[in-house]
Design a protein around this ligand. Structure first.
Ligand code: MRU
Length: 346
């Protein structure tokens, strides 16, 4: 499938990203030439979404080391590690970022006897590979997941698991884009996704770009919409999946999984293998990012709550594996028991 936009593009020491905070008003780009600026873009969510964070991390290492010209591997590696630590400290939950940072480190360490020019080329090649692989993973997720979509389905999705969160096709939304390309007739409900509105601002923008019948609801309307609008499936993305299938995704995903169970409709996660963290036994140990208070007490610069109020602002929650019907991956749709089906990923 052809992607309709490029959320990230690296050329000659410059990383061009779509400024996701400007959408849907403007499709504007930010040119980044300093890895510290990339760190800020990640924290500010100018760029976000688990797989895209991974791709950005890889290019951040290319960007940060591209001007190093001394023939000294130890010094090069020290710089590399500083950049890696800087980027790793931006957002803790999506494992994709750590997966790519570690993968880049592995290729550097394997090249310690090569010239610095060659090491830099190897790094760029690896980042390009990560980018391309992500696109292929998305395509496969789209193809496998589209088998679940039938004519007249009404699907609910949350946050943004679309092209903007990957190298261009998405995970949960790749399923919908692929189904649309197969001429299936279905409707999609997108939750607004408070507090940063990724669903309202980004998912509906993408769905309309692909001519998908899209309806926006605010998060608290989900139960009523499932009941009244015949929603018969929920498909969302993921930021980290533990060994037992417990899944961290945007705050509010757990609510939706409970609603799916209550209404007896299937609840699917769509995610590539790069979002699985087999080092974690279960979701209890997934680090959950807590974001700043300002995101909850104001909207577009206007106060929406008294500034002195206490705020709890976790960016993610964890869905227990028993609420998940299946996980749509590049290796197929993984069903229970996950201890068996996850073996398909290795
Ligand atoms: O805080 P965000 O916008 O980075 O959170 C994104 C999500 O939770 C997505 O659902 C997830 O990363 C899947 S992206 C294909």
């Amino acid at each position: 499938m052809k992607v309709k936009f490029k959320p990230i593009d690296y050329k000659n020491g410059k990383l061009r990203i779509i400024d996701q905070t400007a959408l849907p008003q403007k499709l504007q780009y930010i040119d980044i030439t300093d890895y510290r600026r990339l760190g800020t873009a990640i924290r500010n969510m100018e760029l976000r979404g688990a797989p895209l964070l991974g791709i950005a991390g890889a290019y951040g290492l290319v960007l940060g080391t591209c001007d190093f010209n001394e023939e000294n591997f130890d010094k090069f590696y020290m710089l590399f590690q500083n950049i890696k630590d800087h980027l790793a400290a931006t957002r803790p939950t999506a494992v994709n970022l750590f997966y790519t940072l570690n993968r880049m480190e592995k290729v550097v360490l394997e090249s310690n006897e090569k010239s610095i020019g060659t090491v830099k080329k190897i790094l760029k090649t690896e980042a390009d590979k990560i980018y391309k692989e992500d696109l292929e993973l998305s395509e496969k997720i789209g193809i496998h997941g589209s088998k679940l979509i039938k004519n007249n389905d009404v699907i609910l999705t949350h946050c943004n698991a679309g092209g903007l969160a990957t190298s261009g096709l998405g995970t949960a939304l790749a399923v919908l884009f692929t189904s649309k390309a197969q001429n299936k007739k279905f409707r999609v409900f997108a939750t607004e996704t408070r507090p940063l509105l990724q669903g309202a601002r980004l998912t509906t923008w993408e769905l309309l770009k692909y001519n998908i019948d899209a309806t926006l609801i605010c998060d608290s309307m989900a139960a009523y919409a499932i009941k009244k609008k015949s929603i018969n499936k929920i498909i969302v993305g993921a930021d980290r999946i533990a060994r037992n299938g417990d899944t961290a995704n945007k705050i509010g995903t757990y609510n939706l999984a409970i609603l799916a169970k209550f209404h007896k409709i299937p609840f699917y996660i769509a995610a590539p293998s790069t979002t699985f963290d087999f080092s974690l036994k279960n979701g209890e140990s997934i680090p959950i990012e807590e974001r700043k208070k300002e995101e909850l007490i104001s909207c577009n610069g206007h106060a929406t709550a008294p500034p002195k109020v206490n705020v709890f602002n976790p960016a993610f929650d964890v869905v227990p594996n028993n609420l998940i019907t299946g996980i749509i991956t590049e290796a197929g749709i993984l069903l229970h028991p996950f201890s068996k089906s996850f073996k398909k990923l290795s």
